[in-house]
Design a protein around this ligand. Structure first.
Ligand SMILES: [Zn+2]
Length: 439
């Protein structure tokens, strides 16, 4: 943003996003001068030559935004590679004072080419998959795009040629959405190729509907813990926590995608908390009923695993802690990064025994379960996310799934399909247990 100039000195600003120039790249320049502008010019400098690309004598008010395009279409002398953009402004004031800004840019006139693997990708709501892709030509970003969600591509492990991307087909993605592989060069060139998909309509997960009875005791517990200084209508405060705070907390979780390792931190299937019973399945729709009135609906993006009170919370796989702190409705929360955008989440803890940056081992205890945050009983809220999109954790417990979808396509060093104890499932035995109290 332009800072108000003093003494008639103009200012000029370019958006931070402008880093590359293609055939015809839109540019937006912001200038400020209390006397208005006499002249604004843009010049590209490459290999010692200067090419005027745009100018205006259009005097506007003290603040003006100028939009123009530049690139190889109008400056055919430009070569792919490094260049410098210089924007100069001359004040309309008596002193005709000037200001200039410079920006290093990359000229990339040819769009990259992207190709996808020829596999058939079976898509299930809330589930993940892996695609491999090849990109030729200069590019600044590549990966898989599903609807409005983007999953990054990474160089193949083991020094092999090509890229791969772990991606998710989100629980709420419209069924007809076709994922594409994409590559962009930052200069307005964005190329995509669809991947081959099969969407087995009859085998899609069916999300269940649950009613949560909000007792006065639970209401008071939640408000006391998450809105201690709030005032006003208790139901409105509860709903605000359950909706707005939930949304903000999920955003914080999603943003942890940027704290991920560029290699696999794991080699074995994920494990499920020992002896745990699942008291909620992924993407349940929950209706919150208080004194007979439905006050809210929310989608529960995880599993609620119950064992006993204050049980040791086990890391589902090898990884590195990227969050170990309170997180609103999730209470005291740990997030473990497993590399390539895959992360596991553990909520409602009563004690955290790890710190951000710690390395954890599969099955290693990281703290104790509890009921902090939006929890009415002692349990572990367990969830997983892929590049910030929450997914159903179940597949990652299954060695066959990991072999078919991950290890068959990329080198997962140390992976053995038979490794590790199978995930225990005591859900049947305990499913009759009272549901209220688990959130
Ligand atoms: Zn939960």
């Amino acid at each position: 943003m332009a800072v108000a100039g003093c003494g008639g000195k103009p200012t000029v600003d370019l958006p931070a996003s402008l880093t590359a120039i293609g055939q015809a790249t839109p540019v937006s320049v912001q200038v400020h001068d209390e006397h208005g502008m006499k002249k604004v010019t843009a010049t590209l400098e490459q290999n010692g030559a200067q090419y005027p690309v745009w100018q205006t004598n259009e005097a506007k008010g003290p603040d003006a935004t100028f939009n123009f395009t530049m690139g190889s279409k109008t400056t055919p002398q430009l070569k792919d590679g490094h260049a410098r953009l210089i924007v100069e402004v001359t004040s309309a004031g008596l002193m005709h004072s000037t200001a200039r800004t410079e920006r290093e840019v990359n000229v990339a006139t040819q769009p990259p080419l992207v190709s996808a693997d020829s596999d058939q990708h079976y898509l299930y709501l809330g589930m993940a998959d892996l695609a491999t892709l090849n990109v030729t030509g200069a590019y600044t970003a590549a990966g898989v795009r599903v609807g409005d969600q983007t999953f990054r591509a990474w160089p193949m492990p083991g020094g092999k040629a090509g890229l791969f991307s772990l991606f998710a087909f989100a629980w709420n993605m419209p069924a007809g959405t076709t994922p594409v592989v994409f590559a962009a060069n930052g200069a307005g060139n964005d190329v995509t190729t669809p991947i081959t998909i099969i969407f087995p309509k009859k085998e899609q997960p069916v999300y269940t509907q649950h009613t949560i009875q909000v007792t006065d005791q639970f209401m008071q517990k939640v408000l006391g813990e998450l809105d201690a200084n709030g005032t006003g209508d208790t139901v409105a405060r509860f709903v605000k926590i359950n909706s707005e705070m939930r949304k903000a907390n999920n955003k914080t979780l999603a943003d942890l995608r940027l704290k991920t390792a560029d290699h696999f931190l794991w080699s074995q299937p994920f494990t499920r908390q020992s002896h745990s019973a699942a008291e909620a399945t992924f993407a349940d729709v929950r209706s919150y009923v208080y004194h007979g009135q439905t006050i809210d609906h929310q989608v529960h993006l995880g599993l609620d695993l119950a064992v006993t009170q204050h049980v040791g919370v086990e890391a589902s796989n090898d990884g590195r802690v990227v969050w170990a702190a309170p997180l609103g409705i999730y209470g005291s929360c740990i997030v473990v990064d497993h590399g390539y955008g895959l992360q596991s989440i553990y909520g409602h803890l009563s004690r955290i025994d790890v710190h951000e940056g710690d390395t954890v081992k599969r099955g290693g205890v990281m703290g104790l379960s509890g009921m902090t945050g939006m929890a009415g009983g002692d349990h572990i809220h367990f969830a997983m996310q892929l590049d910030g999109v929450q997914i159903d954790p179940r597949e990652w417990w299954d060695p066959h799934w990991i072999k078919d979808h991950v290890a068959r396509r990329v080198e997962l060093a140390g992976f053995a399909e038979q490794a590790g104890p199978p995930a225990r499932d005591n859900a049947k035995k305990r499913s009759a247990k009272k549901r209220t109290g688990r959130r």
